[in-house]
Design a protein around this ligand. Structure first.
Ligand SMILES: NC(=O)CC[C@H](N)C(=O)O
Length: 205
C-alpha cells in the first residue's frame, strides 16, 4: 500500500533495542525509542526486544506501560516481540522464577502459552538456519535462552518451528519470534513487520 512510511517504536527499557533500531534504520524506517506512554503517540508498530523478561516486566510496571501498550495494539498498532519481548506478549508464561511465585505478568495479547528457556541455559544458546513461512531460502536464526510457544490458539499461525517446537507466530497484527533477527544482518523479518503495519492500517481504514 502506498502512503506514509511507517514509524516504528522500540521499547527501550532494557535489552537489545539498539540492534532493532540499526536494522530498521537500514530499511529507511523512522525509529522512536519508547520509555514512556507518550512515546507511543503516532507510531504504527512497536517492537519489544530481547533481554530479560522479568526485568522488563518490572520496568513496564514502573513506567506504567502495560495498559498503554494494550491500548496501542487495540487501536491498530502492530506489535512484534523477540525472545523476552515475545514472552511479554503471551497469554501465559511458564517457568517464571520462584521469587515471582512462579507467576509472571504478561500483556496477554498473543493467544499462546510461552515456556521460558525452552532450549536450555545460556550455554545451550545456538544459531541455526531455519525455514520461515513466507521467506525464500532459510533465515539465520539466533537462539539465546530462548522460549518456545505452546497451547497455540486457532487464530494464530505458526510461521517457523525448531525441533518440532513453535518458535515464530503471527496473530493478526502481532508477531512473535523466539529468536533474534536483530542480531543478524538479515532484515527480511523486519521488512515483514513493516508490511504488517500497513496491513493493519488497511484494516482500520
Ligand atoms: N534472549 C532473551 O531475550 C532471553 C529471554 C530470557 N530467557 C527471558 O526469559 O527473559
Amino acid at each position: 500500500m502506498a502512503g506514509k512510511p511507517p514509524k516504528i517504536g522500540v521499547l527501550a527499557l532494557q535489552g537489545a533495542f539498539r540492534e532493532h533500531r540499526r536494522l530498521l534504520e537500514s530499511l529507511g524506517t523512522t525509529v522512536q525509542e519508547v520509555r514512556l506512554p507518550a512515546d507511543l503517540t503516532g507510531l504504527d508498530g512497536l517492537i519489544l526486544p530481547g533481554g530479560e523478561s522479568t526485568t522488563m516486566a518490572r520496568l513496564l510496571t514502573e513506567y506504567a506501560l502495560w495498559e498503554p501498550i494494550r491500548a496501542f495494539q487495540a487501536s491498530g498498532g502492530a506489535l512484534w516481540g523477540t525472545c523476552a519481548g515475545a514472552i511479554l506478549l503471551a497469554r501465559e508464561v511458564r517457568g517464571a522464577p520462584p521469587q515471582f511465585g512462579g507467576r509472571q505478568e504478561s500483556l496477554g495479547l498473543l493467544d499462546a502459552a510461552v515456556v521460558r528457556n525452552a532450549f536450555g541455559r545460556q550455554i545451550n544458546s545456538f544459531a541455526a538456519p531455519l525455514s520461515v513461512q513466507g521467506l525464500d531460502g532459510s533465515f539465520p536464526t539466533v537462539f539465546i535462552r530462548a522460549p518456545a510457544f505452546g497451547e497455540i490458539g486457532n487464530d494464530v499461525e505458526v510461521l517457523a518451528q525448531w525441533q518440532e517446537q513453535a518458535v515464530m507466530l503471527r496473530q493478526g497484527n502481532i508477531l512473535a519470534t523466539a529468536f533474534h533477527p536483530e542480531l543478524t544482518q538479515d532484515a527480511r523479518i523486519h521488512q515483514l513487520f513493516l508490511d504488517m503495519t500497513s496491513d493493519s492500517k488497511a484494516v482500520v481504514m
